[in-house]
Design a protein around this ligand. Structure first.
Ligand SMILES: [Zn+2]
Length: 154
């Protein structure tokens, strides 16, 4: 089911989301929510989405890498490259705006998958940008907070 995506200036986008306990992943409704997040992201032509964007203040994100979209639970950045990269970003919660954001070029991520199995992965370039953007959402941070310049996009 496609869900409604919250947009600025909705204050729920500014909250710090709560960790998900491993036991909670047994919950059918939560698993359904993960499927709905993926469906919503695809319907909106996004490459990532975070739970707070659909009004759930929990630490779950979807990131699309080469193998397609995956759910990452309680994601944390454990290593950051010295090198940074600038890229254009947009956000389903910030309609019609784009901005240039500087991010780490490569990062290491620690998370759980949707079944509670530990994941450690390296992401670079676009994958690293998506992870940093989505993890920011879990802390109430939007790309417009970090962008040097923000402009209209049509
Ligand atoms: Zn976003």
């Amino acid at each position: 089911m496609k869900l409604k995506v919250l947009t600025i200036p909705n204050e729920l986008l500014r909250e710090v989301s709560k960790e998900i306990k491993k036991e909670q992943l047994q919950d059918k409704d939560l698993q359904k929510l993960f499927d709905d997040m993926i469906e919503t992201m695809k319907a909106e032509d996004g490459v990532g989405i975070a739970a707070p964007q659909i009004g759930q203040q929990i630490r779950a994100i979807v990131v699309t890498l080469e193998n397609g979209p995956e759910i990452y639970i309680n994601p944390e950045i454990t290593k950051r490259s010295l090198r940074k990269q600038k890229g254009e970003e947009g956000c389903l919660s910030v309609p019609e705006l784009r901005g240039i954001v500087e991010r780490y070029q490569s990062i290491c991520i620690k998370a759980l998958d949707r079944h509670g199995n530990p994941i450690n992965l390296d992401a670079s370039n676009l994958g690293a940008i998506i992870f940093q953007h989505e993890i920011d959402h879990l802390d109430g941070i939007l790309f417009i907070d970090r962008a040097k310049n923000v402009y209209q996009f049509e």
